[in-house]
Design a protein. Structure first.
Lengths: 172, 540
């Protein structure tokens, strides 16, 4: 039998066993999350893309007329939104159920966050950067889209509507 | 008062911490009342966010820094049995930190720094707030230097001997704190101060958040270290037993030093501007830093079992009943470990790369860190105070019964406060809100938990007042009890020969630097390589 490498730092066999269990636990946790990250492409929103937040209205993508839900050729949807004190624009978003959705959002002023309780849609919205979340809504109904990062004295009032409708309704 | 033991410095530092703690506990009760929405007359976002910012700074920066520093000085002199390396420098650091606190207090209390204790640029506070915070941190660097030098001087005078475990842990903490506080210092000195003074127009919020994350995780271990040091070196003797393993204590302290800093991106999982691969790398480190805590749990419980069996406890669990639960150190450690276990499970979820999305920035997170920091860490601060006050002042503890009651109330109050918060977070409630003007269907399911949190906040304030009362009455107690010394725990197996790597910190410090460059080098450099757009200041 090979020699336990932990023997050099720990004399008690029971404690060595526990140290091994702790190490294995850490690697199993990391391994499971790594497996899902690779197998199901499950990552936190980690888009690295800059934008000038003070000139959003002059950008092509985040100009007022271009905000909202758009269909892509592959059947997925892209939602383009702006977060600005104290609201999300456009204030009401309607998407079909079970359809891949990409949310792209930029801040026009300070730090914001988006969370839709009951779903896994969440991201920080950081001035100077474009946030991107890929998700799919699996339940129909009316959801709240809450700002979940302190953005000023009106922060509590910053929320809007997300409506998930039956697929046949068509989206828009 | 014996000055070679730095009792004066220890006491003054800890008093500053506990006064800040009491003030912050009062604010805590106001905050739960305001936030619940049940008292319309109290509703005021301006007051609420000023209060939350002050509560966070007082608890997270003032209580902790002064307590760690005070405990460190006293531990160093009593465990090494040698005087301070440089008394005047130690006092200079103290006054520098005090100046910083007073400077930051003015804008905080007048609502000109309601940017929360995490700063949150591009929200801009008064420059005095950032300058004050920087001075507070810089004052603590003198303590770091003092600890490193004291260990070095001792080692030179005692060649081949093993550094006492309490000092080994204290110095590891000092080195870790210096390295980890550099992140926030860089953010404040090079970004926020010149920006708030109008010397530069914009800050890169991505860079600022990345630098803050460098500090944000290890700072909680800076707070936690004294709790672990007390569990390893004071608790076993107080319980009437021995430390199960001195060596594993060293391994745990070294792992905390190495793994707690280069893993800050788990605070940025939901942020843009850092790519997924870096976040994954930091997640692996985050799970590794759970290992020293698991090892600590084992060693401490095993040490308690030794004590329980020496006191006649029999059977699988009989030793638990045999422990001296009338001793505040034993009670605090038992309750602290319970809260650490519950909070640790929650922490695993927060740390998980993908599961984090469900709880990010919800009230769950507030519940989590109150359970581990305000629960486990702070209850051990209380135990340290009850243990050290008679030793530092030479007077008898005013009332053991009051001390025990205070600890139990803190534990009960903390559970009543934080368990509903965990639920609220899963039910979608954001943290950092002063009211809940949302959809009725969403808000209704939060009501019962909000009532519970008010009760928790009330119990905690009662407990906080009791702590300060007992400490004041101890210090003014006419019953003197001179000659009490700090009794450090003896290990079960005497330390005869120890690997050199477990008796020094130079190698491990170098390893942290390499690990930091690997995990933070490019993520910081990228902001200078790509075209970024800074942000101008915004008022709250």
């Amino acid at each position: 039998m090979s020699i336990d490498p932990l023997r050099y730092i720990c004399e008690d066999p029971l404690e060595r066993k526990w140290a091994w269990i702790s190490l294995i636990l850490a690697f199993v946790m990391g391994g499971v999350l790594g497996f899902y990250a690779l197998a199901s492409n499950l990552h936190p929103p980690s888009n690295v893309e800059t934008i000038d937040s003070s000139r959003l209205h002059l950008s092509e993508e985040f100009a007022e007329d271009n905000l909202g839900v758009k269909s892509n050729p592959d059947g997925s949807l892209t939602i383009t939104m702006v977060a600005a004190r104290y609201g999300f624009y456009p204030p009401r978003i309607e998407v079909p159920v079970d359809t891949p959705v990409t949310l792209r959002m930029a801040s026009a002023d300070v730090l914001h966050g988006v969370h839709v309780p009951g779903t896994n849609m969440t991201t920080m919205v950081v001035p100077g950067y474009i946030s991107e979340v890929n998700t799919m809504f699996t339940r129909t109904g009316e959801f709240s889209l809450l700002c979940n990062e302190f953005c000023g004295l009106g922060h509590d009032h910053m929320w809007s509507r997300l409506v998930v409708v039956e697929n046949s309704a068509g989206g828009q | 008062m014996d000055d070679t033991k730095a009792a004066g410095l220890g006491l003054v530092n800890m008093w500053v911490g506990f006064i800040a703690f009491l003030a912050a506990a009062v604010m805590g009760l106001y905050q739960v009342l305001e936030r619940s929405g049940l008292f319309p007359d109290l509703e005021s976002p301006a007051l609420y966010f000023a209060s939350v910012s002050t509560h966070g700074v007082l608890m997270g920066f003032v209580l902790t820094t002064f307590l760690v520093v005070g405990f460190g000085y006293y531990t160093a002199t009593t465990s090494l049995k040698q005087p301070l390396w440089n008394r005047r420098l130690a006092w200079f650091g103290f006054w520098l930190s005090i100046t910083g606190v007073l400077l930051a207090a003015v804008p905080l209390l007048t609502g000109q720094a309601s940017v929360l204790y995490t700063f949150y640029p591009p929200l801009k506070a008064h420059p005095a707030f950032y300058i004050g915070a920087a001075l507070l941190v810089m004052g603590s660097w003198f303590w770091c230097l003092e600890m490193v030098m004291m260990m070095a001087v001792w080692k030179r005078a005692h060649p081949g001997e093993t550094v006492p475990l309490a000092m080994f842990g204290t110095t590891a903490n000092a080195i870790m704190w210096f390295i980890t506080s550099l992140g926030v210092a860089l953010e404040v000195v090079f970004q926020l101060i010149p920006w708030s003074l109008g010397l530069i127009e914009t800050v890169d919020v991505g860079l600022a958040r990345t630098l803050f994350s460098w500090t944000l995780h290890a700072i909680v271990y800076f707070w936690l270290f004294p709790a672990y040091i007390a569990m390893y070196t004071l608790l076993p003797k107080a319980a009437g037993g021995k430390l199960f393993s001195d060596q594993m204590g060293r391994v745990a302290f070294i792992m905390l030093l190495v793994f707690s800093i280069p893993i800050g991106f788990h605070h940025l999982y939901m942020d843009p501007f850092q790519a997924a691969g870096w976040k994954f790398l930091h997640m692996i480190g985050t799970f590794m830093v759970a290992v020293p805590t698991l090892i600590t749990g084992f060693t401490i419980i095993a040490s308690l079992e030794i004590a329980g069996r020496l006191r006649g406890g029999k059977g699988l669990l009989g030793w638990i009943a045999a422990l001296p639960w009338s001793n505040p150190m034993v009670t605090a450690a038992g309750l602290g470990l319970l809260m650490l276990t519950m909070g640790g499970f929650g922490g695993m979820i927060n740390a998980s790369y993908s599961m984090n999305a469900m709880v990010h920035n919800t009230q769950w997170v507030t519940g989590h860190f109150h359970l581990i920091f305000a629960g486990t860490t702070v209850i051990m601060y209380f135990a340290i105070a009850y243990y050290l006050w008679p030793r530092m002042t030479g007077r008898r503890l005013y009332s053991n019964t009051l001390a025990l009651t205070q600890l139990w109330l803190w534990f009960i109050g903390m559970l009543i406060l934080t368990l509903p918060w965990h639920y609220l977070g899963i039910a979608g409630q954001p943290r950092r809100i002063s009211s809940t003007p949302y959809d009725a269907a969403l808000v209704q399911q939060w009501d019962a938990s909000e009532l519970a949190m008010i009760m928790g906040g009330f119990i905690l304030l009662v407990s906080a007042v009791m702590l300060v009362f007992v400490l004041v009455r101890t210090q003014t107690n006419p019953q003197r009890e001179p000659g009490m010394t700090v009794e450090y725990a003896e290990p079960l197996h005497p330390v005869l020969r120890i690997p050199r790597l477990l008796n020094g910190l130079a190698f491990w410090t170098a390893l942290v630097v390499v690990y930091m460059i690997a995990s933070y080098g490019y993520p910081i450099l990228q902001f200078f390589l790509m075209e970024t757009h800074g942000t101008t200041p915004w008022s709250i």
